[in-house]
Design a binder for this molecule. Sequence first.
Ligand SMILES: Cc1cc2nc3c(=O)[nH]c(=O)nc-3n(C[C@H](O)[C@H](O)[C@H](O)COP(=O)(O)O)c2cc1C
Length: 438
Amino acid sequence: MKFREFINYLDTKNKLIHIKKPVSLEFEMANIMATFNERPIIFENIKESSFPVVGGLCSSRNLIAKALEVSEKNLVKKLCNAINNLKKPEIVETAPCQEIVETSPDLYKLPIMRYMPKDGGRYIPSGISVVRDPELNVQNVSFHRLMLLDKNHFVARIVENRGTDTALKKAGGELEIAICIGNSTAVMLAAATSLSHGVDEFYLANAIEPTPLVKCKTVNLYVPADSEFVLEGKITKEMHDEGPFLDLTTTYDKIRKQPIIEITCITHRKDAIWQTLLPGLNEHRNLMGMPREPTIFNEVSKVCKCVNVQLTSGGGNWLHAIIQIHKEKEEDGKQAIQAAFKGHSSLKHCVVIDDDIDIDNPASVEWAIATRFQGDKDMIIMPNQPGSSLDPSADLTEGKKAITCKVGIDATIPFDKKDKSFKPESYKKVNMKEYLQG
Ligand SMILES: Cc1cc2nc3c(=O)[nH]c(=O)nc-3n(C[C@H](O)[C@H](O)[C@H](O)COP(=O)(O)O)c2cc1C
């Protein structure tokens, strides 16, 4: 469903909280969102801006499944299918996101929030950044949090060696950028996906649901026609302190020197709705983690029969995965571990389970570890691996890739013992009413 279509759908189901009371961008809105457990919410009256703000649209797997019109169980398969069948988007001449064009931008008019007390400033965590790789002449789409500096500048967090960073380096440190705010869940998930270099992630969004693009007004970039806001400008060679900022592990990411972005034009819908999300919590984690599930699924499927994959919330939906397989050979479990690390390079720990274990139930997964796993035989330990900069326990030496130790747990039934009893026994249920009377 498109962004507005989904908001209307939630409203008709009474699942959108309306806040009519005047609220402030400074902490208050973030605290309200957290208090309402990130449920979908619309702030209609913001003290410092005339635009309404929506948040929480991707805060659960259930909401994401609803927006993509698929069951939760088939979510990973739907994303896998889209990744394997990318589709070129239609280009349109006129678009809702360009109803208003402002060539003298004032970012202070936008509802850019301050989330946590130690954050380095006001931030946009929900913007989709579009750049063009100058050598491949292909767009790269991804998230980059933006810390507001003044009325036409941000400093962006651009993680090294991902699409934007490599394009920026090839361009000599200066590159046109478009930042889209207010997007469909398909666009959000596609932007958070790392496709191989040279593939525009909007092809993925369009394979999930039709996502027409329009050319920007002042830069040679194409953005979703249905976006609410588009900020056009360039990444400059100038650097500025970025951070601290609350990240996936709900710990503050440190201050780094990062590139300044200059905004030269803002386009938006006439009645534009801003989109926000709460950094560090479920929405951020779901969007980060879910696009890795199909990439893990695809890799594991190359070595054995993969049934399902889930990045779990305790691992920030980023560092920990459960891989469910239909085991056919003894080596399947260990090969699945190796493949899972290939499918998601930031993955730190993974557990492989059989298809009779409930992947949605942490106690069921723990039971598999307790009853089917022996540490000396079924564990793979891989020290000194490139890992995630979001893990505070990793070696985070400045200027180097984070180094971590990766561990895989094969909690599948040993193949030679398949005939032995590895199933939990259960008691027969009685009719309770019969025993409560008299
Ligand atoms: C909500 C959210 C915020 C993110 N913030 C950043 C960020 O600030 N900087 C960054 O480099 N990546 C960030 N990411 C991760 C990138 O979007 C993600 O790694 C992306 O897939 C990179 O794609 P690429 O490899 O095609 O460039 C964020 C992801 C999400 C879902």
